[in-house]
Ligand binder design. Structure first.
Ligand code: 5GP
Ligand code: ZN
Length: 112
């Protein structure tokens, strides 16, 4: 996807602070962090959103959460929030599926 900003980051056409990379997954720091730790974890495969994922993505979707867990552990984070926004009305602005790993401050519940 030539016009997808995250696909361009994956291809290193746009710089980012990558913290993790495997053949299937990449993770980098959010450009506008909303918490002291704010890492985005995404599949290299261009899946626009959770809504547009399917059973063939089952293992990839599992990898995203296990990667978030591993990154949290590596960074000594005990409390953290994982967020996936699905659709504009839920706050999704980049249509390449990603998990936000947020930590380092208190998060209220329910979210605003
Ligand atoms: P969404 O709103 O789609 O759930 O999350 C998109 C996230 O991507 C936002 O938190 C936004 O700050 C981040 N973002 C958008 N453009 C870039 C970029 O070029 N580089 C990085 N590192 N993060 C970006
Ligand atoms: Zn993409």
């Amino acid at each position: 996807m030539e016009d997808c900003i995250f696909c361009r980051i994956i291809k290193n056409e746009i710089p980012s602070q990558k913290v993790h990379e495997t053949p299937t997954i990449v993770a980098f720091r959010d450009i506008h962090p909303v918490s002291p730790t704010h890492i985005l974890i995404l599949p290299k495969k261009h899946i626009p959103s959770v809504s547009e994922s399917s059973a063939v993505d089952q293992s990839l979707l599992g990898e995203l959460i296990l990667t978030a867990k591993a990154l949290a552990s590596e960074n000594g984070l005990e409390d953290y929030r994982l967020v996936i926004n699905n659709g504009e009305g839920a706050g999704q602005t980049v249509f390449h599926l990603h998990v936000h790993l947020l930590s380092g401050r208190f998060f209220s519940w329910p979210p605003g």
